[in-house]
Design a protein around this ligand. Sequence first.
Ligand code: AMP
Ligand code: MG
Length: 334
Amino acid sequence: MKTVILKPSDENIALCAEAINGGKTVAFPTETVYGLGASAYDTKAISEIFRVKGRPNDNPLIVHVASADAINGLVREVTPLAEKLIARFMPGPVTLVLKKSKSVPDQVTAGLDTVGVRMPSHPVCVKFLRACNVPVAAPSANTSTRPSPTCAKHVLGDLAGRIPYILNGGHCEVGLESTIVDVSGAVPKLLRAGGISRDEIAEACGCEVEIAASGKVALCPGMKYKHYSPKAEVYFSAYYSGMAAGIAMQYDALTSAGKNPVILCTEKNAGYYGTRNVYDMGADYRDYAHNLFYMLRKADADNFDSVIAEGVPSDGIGAAIINRLVKSSGGKII
Ligand code: AMP
Ligand code: MG
């Protein structure tokens, strides 16, 4: 199968929607990362997503809709907490976990009694979802374990020959996956940090947000797997006042061992590293998040065998950056 990257014209959006309704999988842009979608009601097409990605089948998919009304048909109850978060953050980079209705196949939720629902804001995605006229179940459009794709070329790099179309919506604005909040009960639980912070969720809910404990029960099954890994070895620095000096030392130790590293750093620190290889991640932590997966893939393309990522403060979007880098480094914290 030849995989084509399509410009987001009305004709191409209609073509992609037709493919979805015809039982095919299609990659599409969102403001977080690119998704690999299929009709949420088509169990054969859903199995194809798992096959194409090499995704473990106990890892559920998020269901994407074009309007808040469409959520009603997917869940047993839109709880008061869900109503608050829908009003404040949808469309936007948040996924709500609610008790699922019978219409959602078990394949989508990997057998869970709950479903993750999301209403993206990316204008191409909104047009695509409207044209599909069915809820679209989608995980990120990477092969399992790889960094999530934030541009059409990255999807092609992972899935060429395995899907017919990639709808091109440019570079994803947020660059990290959605914040996932379980609002099926009386207390909101943060299952995955993302573009919207825990404080923002708490403020909108008017109460504290629990952080889901990673106990025996996989509350957010996807978070237990190896994730976000480029070919290069990733080292992640703690955030402290002497961080740049510590990173420079690690860099020099790697080069002495014959390695070819690159440092991911904020713009203000770039000068500190002298002639060492750096990727400038931008002026603030929103930029850092936006560039993170892109730069992890660029490191491979530029033949760096090691990446040292600067640490970030843990508030705001920092929590999501830390979560992804702890996973992509496999816990190699310096
Ligand atoms: P991805 O779209 O690749 O980021 O994967 C979807 C993420 O959403 C995975 O980490 C899943 O575990 C999580 N997810 C989807 N549905 C649910 C649900 N019903 N309960 C908890 N987590 C979910
Ligand atoms: Mg994913």
